[in-house]
Design a protein around this ligand. Structure first.
Ligand code: KE4
Length: 431
């Protein structure tokens, strides 16, 4: 049975627009680039979400990555309820914060000290201030199409919503701030070397998503990350891995475990909150002890380390480690990739598909997508038609060509088969 009635969602959206900018609390939820009004979700369970019109979907957004165990996991709900009865927030220290920090520092050898915050944006913003505070330098290098949250310094040629809406930057970011952000090309070490040479000893840090997720999924080419690590070491530049998506996603120890790279500072988010608002940044002691109250670099947050968020996150990470979910997740994700490729062969289509572990993107271009410039050759019109057809066929993917789809432990083989079938019908519907 096709999902075709979205009426209630539309009335909610009309109501929302009267009191919320654009009717949404985050732009990418507005469905602006997929030519329809956004859905309103009633509830989620396992791999499924249900909208207010009673439509059911297999969910590959997973709240943009956090829900690697699926929706409403009973183990997380149990832990959350237990903690809620003890009180929701104290603005004082709790043991669960120590347990969370111990767990993260055990799993990430590059992280000797870690500080909790409330979002990925806060994590990257704080990591940047720390790098600038430690080095006394102002300039940073980021990569075209990478998105590191909405901190001023990052809203230059960023990915995710900015790329989706084709806005290279944002009003409100001052000229001066923008001048301190230099833009390199992902997978192109020469573009970094050029910037480093022409800004000799002025660069505090280089920040990147080690696997891009915000221009769609783009893996690092062989040696790119190693070359970057060698260059930053040689030039005394702090290397920041933004693992807000990839942390605990592509491996328990994230992309740095997968590719064997030792960054100076790591930003985490999404999965570490188990669906509640959490971010974190951590790294070598010599950097992290510059943070107040230990050192002079100020950073703070009323709800940082909030016990409920810590409980949900700690429970999630403990399950990931205890059950070692990655081999099975890889198998299911590979099945999905192969099914999509098989469909394209049958339909004589050669769209580009990138996957690393359980994060994947189908690009509506026949070019191999290895950086921002190749990603933007995608036909976003075709993508929006595909998106709507997948929705009708009961599959919920990100409402943007420039985002990732995520497989969770809650997706079973029947879900994967149903998704491959829906992909075939949706692609065929485009011909
Ligand atoms: P948040 O502030 O949204 O928690 O995290 C910012 C962030 C930082 N770094 C990376 C690599 C990220 O992907 C993100 C946020 N991701 C987007 C989707 N790709 C969030 C979705 C949204 O903006 O609503």
């Amino acid at each position: 049975m096709l999902n075709s009635n979205f009426e209630k969602s539309s009335t909610y959206f009309t109501r929302a627009r009267k009191v919320i900018p654009g009717g949404v609390n985050s732009p990418v939820r507005a469905f602006r680039s997929v030519g329809m009004n956004p859905l309103y979700i009633q509830r989620g369970k396992g791999s499924r979400i249900f909208d207010v019109d009673g439509n059911e979907y297999i969910d590959y957004v997973c709240s943009w990555g956090p829900l690697i165990l699926g929706h409403a996991d009973p183990r997380i709900l149990k832990r959350l309820t237990e903690y809620a009865h003890l009180g929701t927030s104290f603005g004082a220290n709790t043991e669960i914060e120590i347990k969370m920090a111990e767990l993260i520092t055990q799993i990430y050898p590059s992280i000797e000290l870690v500080r909790m915050v409330n979002s990925g944006t806060e994590a990257t913003m704080s990591a940047l201030r720390l790098a600038r505070g430690y080095t006394g330098k102002s300039k940073i290098i980021k990569f075209e199409g990478c998105y590191h949250g909405h901190g001023d310094s990052f809203l230059i040629k960023a990915g995710s919503g900015l790329l989706t809406f084709g806005i290279p930057g944002s009003p409100g970011v001052t000229e001066h701030t923008a001048q301190d952000t230099l833009i390199a090309r992902f997978n192109d070490i020469e573009s970094v070397e050029k910037l480093v040479d022409s800004n000799k000893s002025e660069i505090a840090a280089i920040i990147l998503e080690p696997i891009m997720g915000n221009a769609g999924v783009i893996p690092p080419r062989r040696n790119f990350l190693k070359d970057l690590r060698d260059l930053t070491k040689a030039e005394n530049i702090i290397l920041i891995f933004d693992e807000v998506i990839t942390g605990f996603r592509v491996a328990l120890g994230g992309a740095q475990e997968l590719y064997g790279i030792d960054p100076d500072i790591t930003c985490l988010g999404k999965i570490i909150g188990g669906g509640l608002p959490v971010g974190a940044f951590g790294g070598k002691r010599k950097y992290m002890e510059q943070l107040a109250p230990e050192g002079p670099v100020y950073q703070a947050g009323t709800l940082s380390g909030n016990p409920l968020a810590m409980a949900a996150g700690y429970e999630t990470l403990s399950v990931l480690r205890k059950d070692n979910i990655y081999p099975a997740l890889e198998k299911k994700s590979k099945l999905l990739e192969e099914g999509f490729k098989e469909n394209m062969k049958k339909l004589h289509l050669n769209f580009s598909l990138n996957r690393v572990g359980s994060m994947m993107s189908l690009f509506f271009t026949d070019q191999k997508v290895h950086d921002f410039n190749t990603a933007v050759t995608s036909n976003t019109k075709l993508f929006s038609m595909y998106f709507q057809k997948m929705l009708e066929n009961g599959i919920y993917i990100a409402p943007s060509q420039f985002e990732a789809s995520f497989v969770s432990t809650a997706h079973d083989h029947k879900d994967i088969e149903k998704t491959i079938e829906a992909n075939y019908l949706s692609l065929r519907g485009l011909l």
